[in-house]
Design a protein around this ligand. Structure first.
Ligand SMILES: Nc1ncnc2c1ncn2[C@@H]1O[C@H](COP(=O)(O)OP(=O)(O)OP(=O)(O)O)[C@@H](O)[C@H]1O
Ligand SMILES: [Mg+2]
Length: 243
């Protein structure tokens, strides 16, 4: 599904530059749920943005289902992203002047899909994320968890096979966060979506099949969890995060 080869990225800082990613190599299979962890500033968001074509690397490759994202011009990248990648952010990034329905419809409107298709898709997504009755609400009239469910519905509207989520439960309490994680998990299990989720939180990471730890610009640890070994894997990740 995703192949990353020797990916590097640095940002200018004054006269010098700061190397955030120093050569990331990774393969992610269709249908995997991957948690990306690491200290603050370790480049998790940078990495996710490169995976989804929101930003371009300095060198290296990102292939999504064989498509070289790193090689696309900005316009092609935007088109690819809109069709193939669903983004979910910590702060939801909903459009404040649009209703729930309009926010969910937005990517499909941008793509110029027929009105009837849009209406039908919006209705089924509203149901899927349990927001019936809130269709006409503006984001300011929703709880944090409800706003995140709108953003997930919007991410799903173009039927992507890949969801990239940057701390999707970061602004939510444990109970609401758990609802969002359960929703992501059900999308993985029922729709075979590939999910890559950045998180600080070991509880959230426990939902993933695989945990990747970014540190000092490289992947320091890459662990696949099997049924039953969550506890040991998480204890080891916690120890490394605190080291
Ligand atoms: N546009 C930018 N210009 C300059 N430096 C940047 C830019 N974006 C990120 N950085 C720097 O790159 C490093 C990695 O940032 P990034 O946001 O990817 O970290 P992160 O792991 O997501 O951190 P957090 O857990 O706090 O969200 C940081 O040191 C940050 O200051
Ligand atoms: Mg971040």
């Amino acid at each position: 599904m995703i192949t990353v080869k020797n990916l590097t990225k640095c940002y200018p800082v004054g006269d010098t530059s700061f190397q955030v990613l120093k050569g990331i190599d990774l393969e992610i299979a269709q249908g995997e749920f991957v948690a990306v962890m690491g200290p603050s500033g370790s480049g998790k968001s940078t990495f996710l943005n490169l995976l989804g074509g929101l930003d371009t690397p300095d060198s290296g490759e990102v292939l999504i289902e064989g498509n070289p994202i790193h090689d696309l011009q900005e316009r092609q990248r935007t088109l690819f992203r809109r069709k193939h990648v669903g983004f979910v952010f910590q702060n939801y990034q909903l459009l404040p002047t649009m209703t729930v329905e309009e926010n969910i419809a937005f990517p499909m409107e941008a793509e110029g899909l027929p009105k009837a298709v849009i209406a039908e898709t919006v209705a089924s997504l509203v149901k899927a994320v349990h927001l019936q009755g809130k269709e006409g609400n503006f984001p300011s009239q929703l709880s944090g968890g409800q706003q995140q469910r709108v953003s997930i519905a919007r991410a799903l509207s173009m039927k992507p096979r890949l969801i990239l989520a940057d701390e999707p439960t970061g602004n939510l309490d444990r109970r609401t966060g758990t609802e969002i994680l359960d929703l992501l998990l059900s999308l993985q299990k029922n729709e075979q979506l590939t999910i890559i989720m950045v998180t600080h939180d070991v509880f959230s990471a426990s939902y993933a099949d695989r945990i990747i730890l970014l540190k000092d610009g490289v992947i320091e640890t890459d662990i696949k969890q099997k049924e039953g070994d969550h506890h040991d894997v998480l204890a080891s990740i916690l120890a490394q995060l605190n080291a």
